[in-house]
Write a protein that binds this ligand. Sequence first.
Ligand code: HEC
Length: 229
Amino acid sequence: MFNKNTVAAGVAAFASVALAAGCAVADGNKADDVDITAMSAEELAEHLIFETNSWRDQEMQEGGGWRDRMTQDDIQKACSFDSTRNDLDGETAGQVVALAREQYEAPEGDIELGDWRQGAVLADSGYGYRIGHNTDDHGTREAGGNCYNCHVMDSSVSVQGTIGPNLENYGAQRGDSQEIRQYVHQVISNPHQYFPCTQMPRFQGLLTEEQISHIMAYLLDPESPVNNR
Ligand code: HEC
């Protein structure tokens, strides 16, 4: 697909040829070939968003692009019910839990905790996965977990969200047995296994296993400030 800037730069040279040949200059303009009156509301919305000249796909440094980000997977589709009229029903919840268990990849053997200091930085960082003109450069900075956007963890950190539960003293209250580590790994990796249609993101694939181990240390290590509040 033509990038608009490329088209603009090349347009002076190409316009006369393209117009003489009767072809559209920008390949994004397919409006002539489609009958929008035959479309359902969803199809029309998809068409307007993705197929008209207003749309320009852009890449993310992490791989993929805008379009991938806006394409729902099975869990997102199942969870996209109208919450004003229809709460999560038992059948959908069951499906979502099953899908999440299928997606989840358990680590082999015992789960080791990483370094809580690195976990603190990752939990506080919302860097990464931006789309648009201001893409990320992981040559200088890795993607973070953005946990503070939704959770209180160490209450001395100034900005903390309240969408999710307060996680202060999380490990101090639960210990850090293998069972607890497995549970926390499952929740961070794919929380729909326990909380179907939760707002919490699935971090497996967004963060590396090493990053997850650092964040788990931040939550569970007795030395971590999270457990000394
Ligand atoms: C967009 C908001 C959001 C973000 C970001 C988020 N969470 Fe959550 N988290 C939630 C919500 C909401 C719940 C409660 C589950 C529910 O009811 O949906 C939750 C639950 C949890 C739980 C389970 C608590 C329990 O009862 O055992 C843990 C652990 C957790 N989050 C850790 C994290 C960590 C670590 C990060 C960052 C890597 C993170 N969360 C990022 C929203 C978020």
